[in-house]
Design a protein around this ligand. Structure first.
Ligand SMILES: Cc1ncc(COP(=O)(O)O)c(C=O)c1O
Length: 402
């Protein structure tokens, strides 16, 4: 663990004179030196635009960019490199599907099915599409532990459902959804499924072919990579049938003023100069993850979550929000009589970074009857000692707000 922590330079600092305890990993994860070095190396040695120059630097940049596509393909176990599209993040990936897949296929009276536990980025793009088309957004309910009610979900799948879009892991609750079963239910009715994997990919291996999902979205910055880069996986047959999301350079095969012939996959969906450095940094993050021992990492993260849950649950006036049997990475909680923002501020003075707010999931907060929660979110470099510091910090909150 100490060796892993040394790979993340930011963790070595103090905040208000206390060792930094970074427990806001669901918002964004810290970057290992390998990623930071890859970015510096790229700008210092290789910087050039891709896919167009015939010179050395452009060839090197293009090769590194396309090698990362192959790394992502392996990371997700996708069938082909052309099924991997680089986008800005999960938000852009979902907007791309809502626009390019949704617009031509969703019409008046049709339905899009999501769940109560979605991040705003998996609500608003569908709401915008439904408004434009006169379609209806349906929402599958959850129980008080924050688990999807599968029977209710299945009842909402009908002849009008055009697509299901849902989180693999909830950012506000940590619930892990049974995506394989959900895909089976949807596919039996020929309904495609988009999985928002923003909070899943940082915690466990994802196999898009085993899940058989149609689209899978993730954000590089939550996966120990740079900000501004993300991935949309889509089955080739679906991506082939979809129109481009944006027009511009690189996404064309030929252009006249009368007509443009679009480029082949994946370039059809990557208009303009992409975030080349971001892609290369993401590649370095995936290499870094691949260098870690998977089973030991999973056991460590499971142990951390268990320790965090027990530590917080043992404190008077603390209520944990989200007690699903299958959880990863997140403990959301409230302290009776204290606003979550005050919890966040007091913990900050102890050097502890958590998130306090609605976590871009206001409808979910409403479901639990709270305006906000405090959220500790974990990553592979967190330790038992840090969880103990969180416990002591929350006990201090109780002293301040007696
Ligand atoms: C479950 C989930 N979906 C989508 C997003 C949006 O990701 P981004 O802001 O990187 O596009 C987040 C970010 O917190 C998330 O947790």
């Amino acid at each position: 663990m100490e060796r892993i922590r040394e790979d993340f330079p930011i963790l070595a600092q103090t905040v208000f004179g206390k060792p930094l305890v970074y427990l806001d990993n669901a918002a964004t994860a810290q970057k290992p030196r390998a990623v930071i070095d890859a970015l510096t190396r790229y700008y210092a040695l290789d910087n050039a635009n891709i896919h167009r120059g015939l010179h050395q630097l452009s060839e090197r940049s293009t090769a590194a960019y396309e090698e990362t596509r192959a790394k992502v393909r392996r990371f997700l176990n996708a069938a082909e490199d052309r099924e991997i599209l680089f986008v800005r993040g999960t938000t852009e990936a979902i907007n791309l599907v809502a626009s390019s897949y949704g617009r031509p296929r969703v019409g008046r009276g049709d339905e899009v099915l999501i769940t109560t536990m979605e991040h705003h980025s998996n609500i608003v793009p569908w709401q915008m599409l439904c408004e434009e088309k006169g379609a209806r957004l349906r929402v599958a309910p959850i129980n008080d532990d924050g688990e999807l009610l599968l029977d209710e979900f299945e009842k909402l799948l009908g002849p009008a459902t055009r697509i299901v879009s849902m989180a693999h892991v909830s950012n506000a609750l940590g619930t892990v959804n049974p995506i394989r079963r959900i895909v089976e239910m949807a596919h039996r009715r020929n309904i495609p499924v988009l999985v928002d994997g923003a909070q899943a990919a940082p915690h466990f291996p994802v196999d898009v072919r085993a899940l058989d999902c149609d689209f899978y979205a993730l954000s590089g910055h939550k996966l120990f990579g740079p900000t501004g880069i993300g991935v949309l996986y889509g089955k080739a047959a679906l991506l082939e049938a979809m129109p481009p999301y944006q027009g511009g350079g690189d996404m064309i095969a030929s252009v006249t003023f009368e007509k443009t012939i679009y480029n082949r996959l994946p370039h059809k969906f990557e208009a303009g100069t992409p975030d080349i450095a971001g892609v290369i940094g993401l590649g370095a993050a995936l290499d870094y993850l691949a260098s870690l021992e998977t089973e030991g990492r999973a056991a460590h993260e499971e142990d951390l979550l268990d320790h965090a849950t027990r530590t917080l649950a043992a404190i008077p006036r603390v209520r944990i929000v989200g007690r699903a049997k299958q959880k990863t990475g997140v403990v959301s909680f409230i302290v009776e009589g204290v606003h979550p923002h005050d919890i966040g501020t007091i913990l900050d003075r102890e050097g502890i970074a958590i998130r306090a707010g609605h976590h871009c999931a206001q409808p979910l907060m409403e479901r639990f009857g709270v305006p906000a929660t405090a959220r500790a979110s974990l990553a592979l470099y967190n330790t038992h000692r840090e969880i103990d510091a969180l416990g002591s910090g929350v006990r201090k909150v109780l002293e301040v707000f007696r």
